[in-house]
Design a protein around this ligand. Structure first.
Ligand SMILES: Cc1cc2nc3c(=O)[nH]c(=O)nc-3n(C[C@H](O)[C@H](O)[C@H](O)COP(=O)(O)OP(=O)(O)OC[C@H]3O[C@@H](n4cnc5c(N)ncnc54)[C@H](O)[C@@H]3O)c2cc1C
Length: 414
């Protein structure tokens, strides 16, 4: 079912309830692999034709759009006035505004800009019984009632179908540059990141064990990719300061500017979906491997180096390959594991067991973002749901008592 109006969305959900059908909201389908496999699925409710710009006030710095608009299209409209929604999810041309909110996607700029809940000021949602609710408003200073809009951030389409969203927006940075610093180990890179770079104000700060734009090259050491943005003098000052700090620490530094900086920034943004089973980029062993395992681990920033080091050692012993890219200042590590040619894919199941034990010891959590569909039923992609689960379950039962929306997709089979 491809909806072209709010009424159609409402009608579809109401009827689904009557006939006890399960509905999966779909944007452009790019991130349907995230989360668990729904237990039941009868209707795909496509929102991509509900894609209009509803209201844009450049002077107030707010915009309202329908949920099916691709993120890249919204950015293009805002770009005409030198503005943007300061979120840089992977593959923005394949992500709708609804999907962006439902999966809480973000990118390297999360460090300096924040996540979708920081910009969402209003939301129109169709609830599973077909009723339409509106949370928040169209002005930045909106203080009426609970901030229900934020409830839908990261809800994976299990609470309601998002049909319209209002965001506050920001001016685009005037100048941007990237500085790449080379270190022999993750530990040295992270020490430099946390002790030296933290005093500056990077736009992004990524740690990687591969060259993001030349991923086929064998990994050697670790790189810190420091994004700088703002007015030209500010960027210039930060570049000079970084050069001094790198000199004092004796590490190699490359200034990347213009087109090269742009290409590098896009490669960093797309890492969580690039390579095999994604649409972007290419990668040596990874490109030959028919299956990959992609995980997202959330830790404290000062645990990132230990995690990468221990995982590299373990993966080496198992004869596998791993590429990391970490949001060094946020403690989030994206890992992409590949098997050697001909190796049985179920090796990933035991690797995942090992990873879960490691991450539990570190009091973090790890989520499987992509795995061979045949293996998906053998692993719990979300992992242990912890103390918040009782509340999450109560919320789901009260919002969607008939389990119409994406049943089974979210944590603990919600
Ligand atoms: C054990 C556990 C307990 C939590 N308790 C709370 C809480 O009390 N209050 C709260 O606001 N948030 C809690 N969360 C997080 C919440 O479920 C969302 O992951 C989070 O709010 C999304 O915001 P983020 O920007 O921090 O996450 P991000 O890291 O950006 O998450 C991205 C997406 O992944 C999903 N996600 C990733 N891992 C998990 C997971 N294992 N469980 C659930 N969702 C996951 C989120 O839904 C989100 O959409 C908890 C998560 C876990 C794992």
């Amino acid at each position: 079912m491809s909806a072209t109006s709010l009424e159609q969305v409402s009608d579809t959900l109401r009827r689904a309830g009557e006939y006890e059908l399960a509905v999966a909201p779909v944007g452009l389908g790019a991130f349907l692999h995230l989360g668990g496999r729904p237990r039941r699925y009868d209707v795909a409710l496509c929102l991509d034709r509900l894609n209009s710009l509803v209201d844009y006030q450049p002077t107030d710095m707010t915009v309202t759009v329908e949920a099916g608009m691709p993120v890249s299209q919204l950015q293009a409209v805002l770009g005409e006035n030198g503005q943007w929604l300061p979120l840089d999810p992977p593959s923005p041309d394949r992500v709708t505004i609804g999907g962006l909110i439902a999966t809480n996607l973000n990118g390297p700029a999360r460090l300096s800009q924040g996540t979708v809940r920081d910009f969402l000021i209003g939301l129109r949602v169709v609830r599973p019984d077909g009723s339409v609710v509106k949370g928040g408003g169209r002005v930045v200073k909106n203080v009426a009632g609970y901030d229900v809009a934020k409830l839908y951030c990261g809800s994976f389409g299990t609470l309601g179908v998002i049909v319209e969203a209002t965001f506050k927006i920001r001016p685009r940075p005037e100048a941007q540059a990237v500085v790449m610093l080379h270190f022999p180990s993750a530990d040295q890179a992270m020490q430099f990141a946390l002790q030296q770079i933290a005093a500056l104000q990077p736009f992004f700060l990524e740690l990687s064990n591969c060259d993001p734009v030349r991923p086929a090259e064998a990994p050697s050491g670790f790189r810190l990719l420091v994004g700088l943005a703002g007015v030209a003098q500010e960027v210039d000052y930060q570049r000079r300061r970084l050069t001094e700090l790198a000199g004092q620490a004796g590490c190699r530094l490359e200034h990347i500017q213009g087109q090269a900086a742009h290409a590098l920034t896009l490669a960093l943004r797309d890492f969580p979906v690039s390579g095999p089973a994604g649409s972007v980029g290419d990668d040596d062993q990874l490109s030959k491997s028919p299956t990959v395992l992609r995980c997202k681990t959330s830790l404290l920033s000062d645990q990132v180096a230990e995690f990468c080091t221990r995982v590299e050692e373990e993966v080496g012993l198992r004869g596998l390959t791993v590429r990391f890219q970490a949001r060094a200042g946020n403690g989030i590590v994206y890992s992409r594991f590949a098997l050697p040619e001909g190796a049985p894919p179920d090796q990933f199941v035991s690797l995942l067991d090992w990873l879960r034990i490691l991450v539990k010891k570190m009091h973090g959590y790890i989520v499987v973002e992509q795995i061979d569909p045949d293996l998906k039923d053998r692993v719990d992609v979300w992992g242990p749901s912890g103390g918040a689960f009782v509340l999450m379950k109560k919320l789901k039962d009260s919002f969607d008592p008939q389990q119409v929306l994406n049943p089974g997709r979210f944590v603990g089979g919600i």
